[in-house]
Design a protein around this ligand. Structure first.
Ligand code: NAD
Length: 451
C-alpha cells in the first residue's frame, strides 16, 4: 500500500510526487510515455527553445539600427532542433533525478483508476491511500474534410519538422497558434492565421489583443473565419459569407486542448467528470474520497504553473494542511515577439462582473530601458484598480520581453496591494518593470486633471 499513487508524470504529476516525497510519503508515479509531460517534451520548453532561436535571428537582422552589423546571418533549423532536444533531454533527466531524490517509484505504463484507493498500471493492481489524477490534455482537432492530410500537423509534429515551411496556415489564433505564427514569421515564412472569433487569444484583454494584432505585421490574420476544408490547393474558409482559399505547404491545427478523461477508468470508478474535465473543488478533491485531480485534466487554467500550484494544494490537503487553489492571480504569457503577458481581470471581465475599476495606461516607449532596447516599437501597460478598495486587480503588458516581470504583478494582486503601497515599492532603474509604478502615477495624474 502506497501513501500516494499518481496517474501521469507531467508537471502536475511530477511536482505532486516531488512534494509528497519530500514530506516522507511513499509515492508511486505512473507514466506511459516520458516523464515531463507535454510541457517538457512537446510544449512549453521545446517551443521556447525554438522561439528564442527565432528571436535571436530576427534581432540579428534588425541589429544594424542599434549599431551592430551581422553579415551572412542565417537560420540553421537542424542546429536549432538539436539545441531544443538537448534542453528537453536535460530537463527530463532533471525530473528523473528529482524522482530518485525523493524516493518516488516510477512505473512505466498506462494507469487506470479502478476505484477508491485502487489503480492498475498496465493491468497490474496497486493500492494507495490517496490517488491523484494528472493525465493532462491533448490537442483538439477540427472535424473538417482534409483534416487527416499529411500537411496538417498539431504543435507536437510541428516541433519535429526538418524543413521550414514557405507558407504556413495556422487554424486557431489562440496562444499556440500565435506563438507558432510569430516563430515562423520571424524565420521568413509567409504566415496566415484563420480564427473563428473576432479576436485573437480570446482570454486576453480586448484592447491589448487589438494592439497585439498590430504589433505582428508579418502575420496575415483572418478573423471571424470558419474553416470549411483542407484541400490540395490549401485551406478553404468562409468569412462574411464568402469562401476563400489560402495556399499552404504546412497547416497547423491549434484549436484548443481537451482534457484526457477517456480510457483512464473514470466511468467505471464513478468519478464526476465531463468531456471538459474532472470536477474538483478548491482543495483539488473529486467526488470520490481520497481521489484528487490536478492540472489540465481538470479543464481549468491549462497552464503549467497552474498545474504546479494545483499539485501543491492536493499534496498539502493529503498531508492534512490547510490550502486551497485560487485562480484570481494566475499570470500568463504569450511568447510572441513582442511578448504579451497579464494577470488578473481584463476590462471585459471587470465590466461583466459589474465591478467598478479605474484604468491606467502608459505606452511602453515612455520607459527608458524599453526605449533603449526597442526604440518606439508599440507596447502598452494597462492596469486595472478596484475603484472601491484601491487594490490592483489586473495588469496587462505588451511589448519587448515582459514575461520575466509579470510575476511581480501576480505577487501584488495575490497580496491585494493597493495603489498607495505599490507606489512605495522601489523598482530597479533602468528596468521595464518601472512601467507598472509609472502607469499608476499616470492614472492618478489623468484622473486629477479630469476631476
Ligand atoms: P486556445 O483555446 O488558446 O485557442 C484556440 C483558438 O482556436 C481559439 O481562439 C478559438 O476561437 C480558435 N478556434 C477554435 N475552433 C476554430 C475553428 N473551427 N476555426 C478557426 N478557429 C478556431 O487553444 P490553443 O492555442 O490550442 O492552446 C491550448 C492550451 O494550451 C490553452 O489553454 C493555452 O492556455 C495552453 N498554452 C499556453 C501557452 C502559454 O502559456 N504560453 C502556450 C501554449 C499553450
Amino acid at each position: 500500500m502506497y501513501d500516494l499513487i499518481i496517474m501521469g508524470g507531467g508537471p502536475g504529476g511530477y511536482l505532486a510526487a516531488e512534494r509528497a516525497g519530500a514530506l516522507g510519503m511513499s509515492v508511486l508515479l505512473a507514466e506511459e510515455r516520458r516523464l515531463g509531460g507535454v510541457c517538457l517534451n512537446e510544449g512549453c520548453i521545446p517551443t521556447k527553445s525554438l522561439l528564442n532561436a527565432a528571436k535571436l535571428y530576427a534581432h540579428g537582422r534588425e541589429a544594424a539600427r542599434y549599431g551592430v552589423i551581422f553579415e551572412g546571418a542565417r537560420f540553421d533549423l537542424a542546429a536549432a532542433m538539436a539545441w531544443k532536444q538537448k534542453t528537453v533531454d536535460a530537463l527530463v533527466k532533471g525530473v528523473e533525478y528529482q524522482m530518485r531524490r525523493h524516493k518516488v517509484e516510477v512505473a512505466a505504463g498506462h494507469a487506470e483508476l479502478l476505484g477508491v484507493g485502487r489503480v492498475s498500471i498496465d493491468g497490474k493492481e496497486y493500492e494507495g491511500r490517496s490517488i491523484i489524477i494528472a493525465t493532462g490534455s491533448s490537442s483538439a482537432t477540427l472535424r473538417v474534410p482534409g483534416a487527416d492530410r499529411s500537411e496538417v500537423v498539431t504543435s507536437r509534429e510541428l516541433l519535429e519538422i526538418d524543413r521550414l515551411p514557405e507558407r504556413l496556415v495556422v487554424i486557431g489564433g489562440g496562444v499556440i497558434g500565435m506563438e507558432f505564427a510569430s516563430l515562423f514569421s520571424s524565420l521568413g515564412a509567409s504566415v496566415t492565421v484563420v480564427e473563428m472569433l473576432d479576436t485573437i487569444v480570446p482570454f486576453m484583454d480586448g484592447e491589448m489583443a487589438k494592439l497585439m494584432m498590430k504589433s505582428l505585421p508579418g502575420i496575415t490574420l483572418h478573423l471571424g473565419a470558419r474553416v470549411e476544408a483542407i484541400e490540395e490547393g490549401g485551406v478553404r474558409f468562409a468569412k462574411a459569407g464568402k469562401s476563400e482559399t489560402i495556399p499552404a505547404d504546412l497547416v497547423l491545427m491549434a484549436v484548443g486542448r481537451r482534457a484526457n478523461v477517456a480510457g483512464i477508468g473514470l466511468e467505471r470508478s464513478g468519478v464526476d467528470f465531463s468531456p471538459g474535465g474532472v470536477r474538483v473543488n478548491e482543495r483539488m478533491e473529486t467526488n470520490l474520497p481520497g481521489v484528487y485531480a490536478v492540472g489540465d485534466v481538470t479543464g481549468r487554467s491549462l497552464l503549467e504553473h497552474s498545474a504546479y500550484r494545483m499539485a501543491e494544494v492536493a499534496v498539502n490537503v493529503i498531508a492534512g494542511h490547510r490550502d486551497r487553489m485560487r485562480y484570481d492571480a494566475v499570470p500568463w504569457v504569450v511568447y510572441t515577439s513582442p511578448e504579451a503577458s497579464g494577470c488578473g481581470l481584463t476590462e471585459e471581465q471587470a465590466s461583466r462582473a459589474g465591478r467598478a475599476v479605474r484604468i491606467g495606461r502608459l505606452q511602453m516607449r515612455a520607459n527608458g530601458r524599453f526605449l533603449a532596447e526597442n526604440g518606439s516599437a508599440s507596447g502598452l501597460c494597462k492596469i486595472l484598480v478596484d475603484a472601491e478598495s484601491e487594490a490592483l486587480v489586473g495588469v496587462h503588458l505588451l511589448g519587448g520581453l515582459n514575461s520575466e516581470m509579470i510575476y511581480g504583478a501576480a505577487a501584488m494582486i495575490e497580496s491585494e496591494l493597493r495603489v498607495k503601497e505599490i507606489k512605495e515599492i522601489i523598482f530597479p532603474h533602468p528596468s521595464v518593470s518601472e512601467i507598472i509604478k509609472d502607469t499608476l502615477w499616470e492614472m492618478e495624474l489623468k484622473e486629477s486633471r479630469n476631476a
